[in-house]
Design a protein around this ligand. Structure first.
Ligand SMILES: [Zn+2]
Length: 223
């Protein structure tokens, strides 16, 4: 858990009240948070999870404040709960989940809340192996001219990533999953002025990653 930030007012940018670190310090904070998450994932994958910060004292210390290290956008897949696979605890991760980590206004607004009100320095976009949303998009594309013709927001989103991968002559499920993470980050940045501003001011770092069900490890795609 971070311990150096106060109880922020939702929606209020505290850039002028001294709570923001400088760009370099924010980058170091983000890098340290990501390192902790990867260390937790390593423990989890090795079967040595510590299940930190899940005791009564931690719960009671968080009643009036939360200072999560990171916002994590992941697939809703029941096998990919971020707190478990990164071996994190209460108050550590602000998680947003949707099938195929698909973006909509609520998802984007939730990430902006983590950025503006909770001052996370790190946003993680997490795809995964054997993603059912990717498989469903691939299947539906067999009968559609274009992903954008689908009635499903998930198929339109993930299908556009599949189409982009195929244009680059990438044609395996893992290719689709990786391209979808990269395209989701691009779309997130393009949809959110707040995120673009925070990136320009070096207040936040965005990481792309893919969780592998077979090993329990997280594959870092972009950092
Ligand atoms: Zn999935």
């Amino acid at each position: 858990m971070q311990t150096d930030q106060g109880n922020a007012v939702p929606g209020m940018d505290s850039a002028d009240n001294g709570q923001w670190h400088g760009g370099l310090e924010r980058e170091l904070t983000a890098t340290a948070a990501w390192s902790r998450m990867l260390a937790g994932n390593h423990r989890f994958a090795e079967g040595k999870a510590e299940h930190p910060w899940q005791d009564r004292e931690t719960r009671e210390s968080l009643i009036d404040v939360q200072t999560p290290d990171a916002a994590v956008l992941s697939c809703s897949d029941s096998r990919v709960p971020p707190e478990i696979i990164f071996d994190e605890g209460l108050g550590d991760l602000f998680t947003i989940r949707s099938a195929g980590q698909t973006l909509d206004d609520a998802v984007v607004s939730s990430i902006e809340f983590a950025l503006n009100a909770l001052h996370v320095s790190l946003i993680v976009v997490l795809g995964h192996q054997n993603c059912g949303a990717v498989a469903a998009a691939v299947k539906e594309l067999e009968t559609l001219d274009h992903a954008c013709d689908s009635d499903s927001i998930i198929v339109r989103s993930v299908g556009a990533s599949v189409e982009q991968a195929r244009q680059a002559e990438l044609d395996t499920p893992q290719d689709f999953e990786r391209v979808h993470v990269a395209r989701t980050i691009e779309e997130l940045v393009s949809r959110s002025q707040d995120i673009r501003r925070a990136l320009a001011q070096e207040k936040v770092m965005i990481v792309g990653a893919r969780y592998k069900l077979t090993t329990g490890n997280v594959e870092v795609l972009s950092f």
